[in-house]
Design a protein around this ligand. Structure first.
Ligand code: SF4
Length: 88
């Protein structure tokens, strides 16, 4: 299973929320910008580590859903989302 990291750069995020419809782990944060909540997926039990700071959200996952995250990244009109596989 690939381990991968999903990053949302808050300075680039404009709150359009195209990402939410591609990957339900993306949610609206208290600041009106996108954040990531592994528990937000209504269908799959999902585990991940999320660090949400003032400037960015970094979430690490260890599952087979990297393509969903990549679809969210591709749908983001401002390229605020980056997805990369990471070595153990
Ligand atoms: S699609 Fe991009 S700009 Fe829109 S909320 Fe998601 S991360 Fe932010």
């Amino acid at each position: 299973m690939p381990r991968y990291e999903v990053t949302v750069e808050k300075a680039a995020c404009d709150g359009v929320f195209a990402c939410l419809t591609r990957d339900p782990r993306f949610v609206e944060g208290g600041d009106g910008l996108a954040t990531i909540d592994p528990d937000a997926d209504p269908v799959y039990d999902c585990e991940g580590e999320v660090a949400d700071t003032r400037t960015r959200v970094v979430a690490a996952f260890d599952d087979d859903r990297i393509d969903e995250a990549k679809r969210a990244a591709a749908a983001c009109p401002t390229d605020a989302i980056a997805v990369r596989e990471v070595d153990e």
